[in-house]
Every structure is written in structure tokens, then in C-alpha cells.
Design a protein around this ligand. Structure first.
Ligand code: BDR
Ligand code: CA
Length: 318
């Protein structure tokens, strides 16, 4: 049986690769995509999600638009690090405009109704700011217990990418993030920068994707090469000519849990620190008062991850 999932995203280049992996992997069934303000404004996230699904022949997968701003803070402060364009994400992905349309229902309504009606397990995979998910929790008191597993791309212990101490998705809507991490999920898995920075995709890998000649191979190579150029210029990784494809690691984990290595720890989100707002505070040494609530990934298996992308995207569309 294929594993069902819903992706909540801010597409964005790596979100697009996550969508393609979820839509095309034979062991997964992508039930729906919801969008949220993040890497680019939410209407562009929606357009980009439709674009990538159409491009790979999966325009049948529904896309619902979500919140266009954080739930509490009314601004969307852009610090110096991302004010100058890094070129890592595009308002419009470099593939043709979509012919499919977004669904009329709001993302939060769709998520609440889908989980309420579900007779089979559907994993929830948020890979953008957590505004939609916090809204679901606020609106439906039973939402949390209906989700069998939530796999979040966000946070960091040894890294920061938007400030010295915070990762973008968690930082972008810290109040939402704090409520989501504290919600008491059946199973919460967090895939932070610590793991995604170990699962780099290189120019050698993207050359193989291009050579496949499939829509997914061509699109993923194009998006990942754009990321590599952006990282090399603005935020170099240990290895030049390679970049993380954060969001896709969450999807890969659903197929093969051994792609990440986790520690079960308590994780909370800082909402008020002048220097630390949006930081995921991981109780690595059991110093706090709270029991573990999160399987936090400190490592990822690069080879397994890249091989999964290559095998999945090589398959010719039916
Ligand atoms: C996260 O932020 C976005 O830029 C990426 O799509 C990813 O979800 C990494 O910090
Ligand atoms: Ca994202």
C-alpha cells in the first residue's frame, strides 16, 4: 500500500523537488498540496506548485492556497541576510505557467476536513512557515490527534540560515512554530538544517538528472542548479558546487526512515529573544523539565537521498 501524505509548502525551489518526489515515488500517494506565505508570496507559492505538478503530468493533485501572513506578527521582517536576493528561490519557477487552477477551498479548511474524514493514515509534511498548521490547531481541537505523523522541515541546532540562531521556516512565524512544536502530536519528526546540510546534491548529480530527459529530471536539475549557484555565491556549503534540497529530505524519510538519524528530545521555539527569536531550543542533555516531544534529525544519509531522487525522477511518465 502506498503511503499517503499532504505537503504544506512555500514553493520555492526545494519545495518543488519535494512535490515531485512525493507525486512520483511509487511508494507514496500525494493526496494534496497546501501553500503558505514564505519563500515567496503565497500566490506565487500556489502558482509554482501548480506549475510543477502540471509539468510532471500530475495536475490531478489538488492545490489549496493558505495564509498570506504570519498568524501573530503583522509584519514579515526581512533581515539583512535575505534582503539581498540570494537567487535560491524564484517567484516564478523556470517552467511553463500552469493550466491547472487552485481549488476554491482555503488550505486550513481543506486540512481540517481531510483529517476529519480520513479513514486511512495521512502523514502531514509542512516544509514552509507553520502558519497554516497553527491555524488548524487553533480552529479544530481534535486536529492534532487525527494526524498520525507530522514531519517538519525546519529549525536547527548547530546552524542558522536567516539569523545566526534561527532557520527560516521556524523563524518566519515563530508564534505559529511554538504552538505547533508544543501541540502534543502522536509522532513529531523534525528535519532541521543539521540534517539537510549533510544531504547535499551536487552538479554531478544534476547532470545525471538532465541526462534522463524526463520532465522531473529536467525540472529538478534546473531548480537545484539555481540553488547551487545561490549557495555558492551567498552561503557556501563545505563543498562548492553542491547545495541542500531541504524539503525533499522530509519526503524521502517517509519512504525510507533510515535516510535520517534522529534523537528523541524536547524541542521548543523561542518567540521573544532579541537575538534568538525563531530558534528551536533542543534539550540535547535533558536539562529542562519537559519530556521529549520530537524526533530531531541531526544527520542524513546523502547517498541514499540522492539515489532516491535519481531513481524516482528517471522513470518515464506513463
Ligand atoms: C527552508 O526555508 C526555505 O527557504 C526552504 O524552502 C526550506 O523549507 C530552509 O531553511
Ligand atoms: Ca520550503
Amino acid at each position: 500500500m502506498r503511503r499517503k501524505l499532504i505537503i504544506d509548502c512555500d514553493t520555492g525551489s526545494d519545495d518543488a523537488v519535494a512535490i515531485m518526489l512525493a507525486a512520483l515515488h511509487p511508494k507514496l500517494e500525494l493526496v494534496g498540496v497546501t501553500t503558505v506565505n514564505g519563500n515567496v508570496p503565497v500566490e506565487n507559492c500556489t502558482d509554482n506548485s501548480l506549475r510543477v505538478l502540471d509539468f510532471i503530468g500530475r495536475g490531478d493533485i489538488p492545490v489549496y492556497e493558505g495564509l498570506n501572513r504570519p498568524i501573530a506578527r503583522q509584519d514579515f521582517p526581512i533581515p539583512r541576510a535575505i534582503k539581498k536576493s540570494t537567487g535560491i528561490h524564484s517567484k516564478e519557477l523556470a517552467i511553463p505557467a500552469p493550466t491547472s487552477k487552485k481549488r476554491q477551498k482555503a488550505a486550513v479548511e481543506y486540512l481540517i476536513e481531510t483529517y476529519r474524514a480520513a479513514t486511512e493514515e495521512i502523514a502531514l509534511v509542512p516544509v514552509g512557515p507553520l502558519s497554516n498548521i497553527a491555524a488548524c490547531i487553533a480552529v479544530d481541537p481534535k486536529f492534532v490527534e487525527r494526524v498520525p505523523e507530522i514531519v517538519i522541515m525546519g529549525g536547527a541546532h548547530h546552524h542558522g540560515n536567516v539569523t545566526p540562531s534561527a532557520e527560516f521556516n521556524v523563524w518566519a512565524d515563530p508564534d505559529a512554530s511554538a504552538s505547533v512544536f508544543a501541540a502534543g502530536w502522536k509522532r513529531l519528526v523534525c528535519v532541521p538544517l543539521d540534517a539537510t546540510h549533510e544531504a547535499l546534491v551536487s552538479l554531478e548529480d544534476t547532470a545525471k538528472m538532465t541526462a534522463m530527459g524526463t520532465p522531473a529530471g529536467i525540472a529538478s536539475a534546473r531548480f537545484i542548479e539555481q540553488r547551487i549557484r545561490g549557495y555558492d555565491a551567498n552561503q557556501p556549503m563545505k563543498e562548492k558546487g553542491a547545495a541542500p534540497v531541504h524539503d525533499a529530505v522530509c519526503v524521502a524519510y517517509l519512504v525510507d526512515n533510515s535516510i535520517i538519524t534522529t534523537d528523541f528530545r524536547h524541542v521548543a521555539v523561542e518567540t521573544v529573544g532579541t537575538l534568538t527569536v525563531g530558534r528551536t531550543v533542543v534539550d540535547t542533555n535533558f536539562r529542562g523539565e519537559h519530556a521529549p516531544n520530537c524526533h530531531f534529525a541531526f544527520h542524513a544519509d546523502r547517498r541514499k537521498f540522492v539515489d532516491m531522487l535519481l531513481t524516482t525522477f528517471a522513470k518515464k511518465p506513463a
